[in-house]
Design a binder for this molecule. Structure first.
Ligand code: G6P
Length: 588
């Protein structure tokens, strides 16, 4: 869950280039950062804890360097544990993403041979192992390939060699993308960091090894060390607007983008939804998997397929998938939902499904991500880069995709597309009516509370889960979502006078029962925040969400997003970078 970046080329101010790339990668980890720049006869290293504020720093002129943003796994958050890690002679510098599962044994072995360690990380072993191989006469590619083969677990490493002015890189599962261009060869954990430097992108595969110098990039098969023709795409495909513009943060920008991203999805992805519907129709069993917000979207999908086409679909959190996968077969379709397409639990689940002969599909935002490359059928969410750690616009696009696919399956694709457009209009109307002001007032109240409970029934149950997730992960107020019918079975014991209760009460079959559940919450003193198209006398606060039929589930995501946002602001939290979280969870 770290971000790596490497540059070798003609740019003389590589320090500033690295800093700017690391800022783009900071969503992957932001507890510390570092860089190493080749100055010809030495490596200049700058490492710090906290967010990247090095924009005003002066670095020596250089054309080669690597950088890293860290999300600590092994070793505390200290400058020494920040990457890059160097060998004894400061010839090489290493950045790493992943967990080296056998690092203790490797470290032990190295210490017995006299190596001294400067950090508590698992990553540092790579620097010492590579330097030993270089000392014994190996070239950088051979040394890095051999050392990488000794690492257990899912890892991506980039090793900079100051003497040769080149870097070598290898990966297993953890992503690495190489940029090629006239001016430089670059590498990063995410293509987004290569903008402005690359004309084409090479997605490095497991089992390969890449070597980059100012002259270009060569990719080898690691087992044979024979050169291979890598899979590459033009950089243009990832050209999105990544600037924050006039918004104070990415979370508010990405929330505001939702009507536009939903419309883009309807305009561009209908044929992909239709293809996914055909894959569903030809399968005997369909599973939806995902993590975090995507797991909530998967659960919503089970209701959408049920409600729209009477079709049974099962949702499983990707991290639980392997414990209930024995019945998978060639007639099963597994659909993974993921913004990044790099979440490790999702990739592992899909690999397991493939081993069992199942068919694979994805609903994914990041084109060419690892998930995207492993499936037969895909819908791209087209939400643009989502930089805030919290998923917002990608969530509503996931819901819209599921809804449109269910309508395609029913043979009424136009009606599904029209509903998503209505959800986009509804979100715009809510914004115009001043939902932000209202959410700000309620968000401040939530910020002062210890707990919040969100309840819904039917398709609105996943909405309750997602609203609670949004609120807790960014405000740190304890928030839980429940199926309203479960209230009496325990949750109600936690309601005290003043406890905020977010009640999804739309104008559908769930309304009567949800109002009755809310009445019970209120009689225990709960402060009821109703969400729906019509108010009710038991609501203390009411957030209006227009009724747009089955697409209401999309529109009603907005209140939870905004309540979380304003509760975070009220508490002085950074909405884009909540504590302890990373956007892309590429470790277990
Ligand atoms: C992390 C993020 C969440 C996200 C989840 C799954 O936990 O903080 O916002 O929902 O990963 O990510 P994915 O990229 O697979 O959708």
């Amino acid at each position: 869950m770290c971000g790596v970046f490497g540059y070798v080329g003609t740019e003389a101010n590589v320090g500033a280039t690295i800093i700017s790339a690391l800022k783009t990668l900071e969503y992957r980890g932001y507890d510390s950062w570092g860089l190493a720049i080749s100055t010809g006869d030495d490596l200049l290293v700058d490492k710090e804890t906290g967010r990247i504020n090095g924009q005003s720093r002066e670095y020596p002129r250089s054309r080669t360097g690597i950088g890293h943003t860290r999300w600590a796994t092994h070793g505390g958050v200290t400058p020494a544990n920040a990457h890059p890690h160097l060998d004894r002679g400061s010839r090489i510098a290493v950045v790493h993403n992943g967990i080296i599962e056998n690092h203790a044994a490797l470290k032990d072995e190295l210490q017995r041979r006299g190596h001294e360690f400067a950090s508590e990380t698992d990553s540092e072993v790579v620097a010492h192992l590579v330097s030993e191989r270089l000392a014994s006469g190996d070239t950088l590619p051979v040394a890095v390939g051999q050392v990488f083969d000794r690492l257990e677990g899912y890892n991506a490493i980039v090793v900079l060699d100051r003497e040769e002015e080149q870097f070598a890189a290898a990966k297993t599962v953890s992503p690495l993308v190489i940029g090629t261009g006239r001016e430089a060869s670059t590498i990063a954990s995410d293509a987004v960091a290569l903008r402005g430097h690359a004309d084409r992108l090479i997605y490095l595969e497991d089992g390969q090894l890449a070597v980059a110098s100012a002259e270009g990039v060569v990719v080898f098969d690691r087992a044979t060390m024979r050169e291979v023709e890598p899979f590459s795409v033009p950089m243009g495909q990832v050209a999105d607007d990544i600037a924050r513009g006039d918004f104070p943060d990415f979370m508010s920008k990405e929330i505001a983008e939702q009507p536009a991203t939903l419309r883009r999805l309807v305009d561009e992805a209908r044929h992909e939804c239709a293809a996914l519907a055909r894959a569903i129709a030809s399968a005997r069993r369909v599973l939806l998997i995902g993590c975090g917000t995507a797991a909530n979207a998967a659960l919503a999908g089970t209701y959408l397929f049920n409600d729209i086409c009477g079709c049974e679909v099962t949702a499983v959190p990707a991290s639980e998938f392997r414990y209930r996968s024995r019945y998978l077969d060639a007639e099963t379709l597994v659909i993974a939902i993921s913004q990044s397409g790099e979440t490790l639990d999702v990739l592992e689940a899909m690999a397991e499904a493939r081993r069992r002969g199942s068919r694979l599909a994805a609903i994914v935002n990041t084109a060419n991500s690892s998930l995207d490359r492993m499936v037969d059928t895909r819908v791209h969410l087209r939400s643009g880069v989502e930089q805030c750690v919290l998923a917002t616009k990608s969530y509503t696009a996931m819901l819209a995709t599921l809804l449109m696919t269910a309508y395609e399956l029913r043979g009424e694709g136009d009606a599904g597309a029209a509903l998503v457009r209505r959800a986009a209009d509804a979100m715009e109307a809510m914004t115009e009516r001043g939902i932000a002001r209202q959410a700000q007032a309620i968000g401040y109240r939530i910020a002062a509370s210890q707990h919040l409970f969100a309840v819904g029934r039917g398709i609105h149950y996943p909405s309750a889960l997602e609203a609670a997730l949004k609120i807790k992960e960014v405000s740190y107020v304890h928030a839980e979502g429940f199926a309203s019918g479960e209230l009496k079975h325990g949750v109600i014991a936690l309601i005290e006078p003043g406890t905020p209760c977010l009640v999804f009460a739309p104008d559908d079959v769930t309304r009567t029962d949800i109002i009755s559940g809310a009445t019970e919450l209120r009689s225990r003193g709960g402060h009821i925040i109703g969400v729906g198209s019509q108010s009710d006398s038991i609501f203390d606060d009411f957030i209006e969400v227009p009724d747009v039929g089955e697409a209401t589930v999309i529109a009603e995501s907005l209140p939870g997003q905004l309540l979380g946002y304003f509760a975070a602001i009220a508490r002085g939290n950074d909405p884009d970078r909540p504590r302890n979280l990373a956007k892309s969870v590429t470790v277990k």
